[in-house]
Design a protein around this ligand. Structure first.
Ligand SMILES: *[C@@H]1O[C@H](CO)[C@@H](O)[C@H](O)[C@H]1NC(C)=O
Ligand SMILES: *[C@@H]1O[C@H](CO)[C@@H](O)[C@H](O)[C@H]1NC(C)=O
Ligand SMILES: *[C@@H]1O[C@H](CO)[C@@H](O)[C@H](O)[C@H]1NC(C)=O
Length: 346
């Protein structure tokens, strides 16, 4: 009797474990700060498409890498959409996109997105939107919180330049049930205190998601924080080389998302990629400039602990610093995309 109960328990657990251990997904994640619609106009997508040059020019009619000034979103959007479609990510996250921009991309990509305008939780202000390929992924749940001392309401951290928020999605590969969480953020450009607080808040939430769902957690976006120098604190808090006292975080938030992993390790996927698997550009911010004076790496993808004991949860297949300027055209954004291929296991 005892033995049979024990045996059936053993059978049930091991079946569950086998199903989970066997599931593995190949996934491409792309994040890109698109630059907001800073030169708005009323030009429709159809008008832009109809105005594209019909003929391919000869060499002598091209001036290479000369058109570096910011072009309106209405001109940039076709190239942005092509860049995304060609790279064919499964998840595509954006920063700085205003309502018109997220709606344009929904139409041009044919994909749904999750996210809200950060100024009111509706359609006002920039979105940290998350698009996903609906033929590969199911959205299981989603959430927004603000990167401020009042995380549950549209709010601005004291002294920050802007309202800032984070979008959280739990996805499942519809072919095999493999799940993962992705969090998309844009930290403040003006306040280092906001960036530190935001990095700690997001890391705390990532710890909760990891502990609650037992699935890999990926954190992506524009951190406005370099990996070294005077504004690197957010990067260092995220990756664990600098501590932040979590008792300073909003206690409603830390109670709701209580976890033992608030110091969860978050790994820079560029570094997690083997040297031979890193490709493309180094800088992710270029500005709209003809020179490299403002180039820096401030857009990142981070992954939670790649191991659970002996078990491998994810690995980077390839990392690419993507393109934002082609030789006969204009900058698609003042940032470049970051693209990773991953294997994710549950
Ligand atoms: C291409 O360049 C040539 C030589 O500068 C010029 O004569 C011609 O008009 C240009 N054609 C177009 C379509 O711009
Ligand atoms: C996102 O989450 C909200 C809050 O739980 C929910 O009302 C909404 O339906 C979700 N959106 C999608 C597309 O599932
Ligand atoms: C924590 O956040 C909640 C919800 O955004 C807010 O109502 C509360 O005042 C905050 N707590 C403190 C101490 O600021």
């Amino acid at each position: 009797m005892k033995l049979s109960i024990l045996l059936s328990l053993f059978a049930t657990t091991s079946v569950a474990q086998v199903i989970k251990r066997d599931a593995s997904s190949n996934l491409r994640i792309m994040n890109w700060n698109l630059r907001n619609d800073g030169k708005p106009n009323d030009i429709t997508i159809d008008e832009t498409i109809n105005n594209l040059p019909k003929n391919v020019p000869n060499d002598e009619n091209v001036s290479f890498y000369t058109d570096y000034e910011e072009a309106p979103w209405s001109d940039r959007r076709i190239g942005v959409a092509n860049e995304v479609l060609f790279n064919s990510p499964d998840v595509f996250t954006v920063n700085e996109a205003l309502h018109r921009q997220v709606e344009d991309l929904k139409e041009l990509l044919g994909w749904p997105y999750i996210g809200v305008g950060r100024d009111d939780g509706g359609e006002s202000g920039e979105y940290e939107a998350i698009y996903y390929n609906p033929s590969k992924l199911n959205l299981i749940s989603n959430d927004t919180f603000w990167l401020s001392d009042k995380p549950f309401e549209p709010s601005k951290y004291p002294g920050a330049g802007y309202y800032r928020d984070a979008t959280v999605c739990l996805f499942e590969d519809s072919s095999n049930g493999v799940q993962f969480v992705i969090i998309n953020v844009h930290l403040d450009d003006e306040s280092d205190d906001q960036r530190k607080y935001a990095a700690a808040l997001v890391k705390y939430r990532a710890g909760y998601e990891y502990q609650d769902k037992h699935v890999p957690v990926f954190l992506v976006g524009d951190f406005n924080s370099q990996t070294s120098g005077k504004s690197c604190a957010a990067y260092e808090i995220t990756t664990g080389s600098l501590d932040f006292d979590v008792s300073k975080l909003n206690t409603t938030f830390t109670e709701k998302y209580k976890n033992d992993l608030s110091k969860i390790s978050l790994n820079d996927l560029m570094k997690a990629a083997a040297p031979k698997d890193r490709m493309g550009h180094h800088a992710t911010f270029t500005g709209f400039k003809s020179d490299t004076s403002s180039f820096s790496r401030i857009d990142f993808q981070f992954g939670s602990d790649p191991h659970n004991g002996d078990k491998l949860l994810w690995e980077v297949v390839r990392y690419k610093g993507g393109d934002n300027w082609y030789d006969d055209s204009f900058y698609l954004s003042d940032h470049r995309p970051v693209i990773t291929d991953l294997i994710i296991k549950n």
